[in-house]
Design a protein around this ligand. Structure first.
Ligand code: SF4
Length: 152
């Protein structure tokens, strides 16, 4: 059966919003590609960047660090802007098209309440294939990696 969202969903991320990042305790899983891209952006090797800006979950997956004072992502600035927006983790770029958000009507209703981009006047129809690519991207990030370099 075709997923309900394959017909497309209107969306436009709203500048200066940042609501999806402004979440204490939010977890951003990282893919290998994220680690390489963001470390390069900081002109660091991946190991040093992982040590400086990341931590590991109880099961060992690397995630971004959050600020001690409010438990919000270290890369969200006071203007609610992501300071690494152009190279941001693919899980962040995939929002709101996370599998867990699209899985049930209840979860999706919650996302509609949280994300003004889904009800914005300037929202444009995002087609089902684009959404599917983002769902896979989020899934890949959630698997994450536990050591660097990654053993295959
Ligand atoms: S909550 Fe929605 S509109 Fe706001 S920054 Fe996140 S994706 Fe964009």
């Amino acid at each position: 059966m075709k997923a309900w969202w394959m017909n497309g969903i209107p969306f436009k991320c709203q500048s200066n919003c940042g609501k999806c990042c402004d979440e204490p305790g939010g977890i951003v899983y990282l893919s290998e590609k994220d680690a390489k891209r963001i470390a390069t952006h900081h002109e660091m090797d991946v190991e040093s960047w992982l040590q400086r800006d990341c931590k590991q979950t109880l099961d060992g997956r690397y995630i971004l660090q959050s600020r001690e004072i409010d438990d919000i992502c270290i890369y969200l600035d006071e203007n609610m802007q992501c300071v690494i927006y152009k190279v941001r983790p693919q899980q962040c770029a995939a929002f709101p098209w996370w599998g867990e958000n699209l899985a049930t009507q209840r979860a999706w209703n919650r996302v509609i309440e949280e994300c003004p981009g889904l009800t914005a006047d300037d929202a444009i129809l995002i087609d089902g294939n684009t959404i599917r690519i983002q769902v896979f991207s989020d899934r890949e990030s959630s698997k994450g990696f536990r050591q660097w370099p990654v053993n295959r």
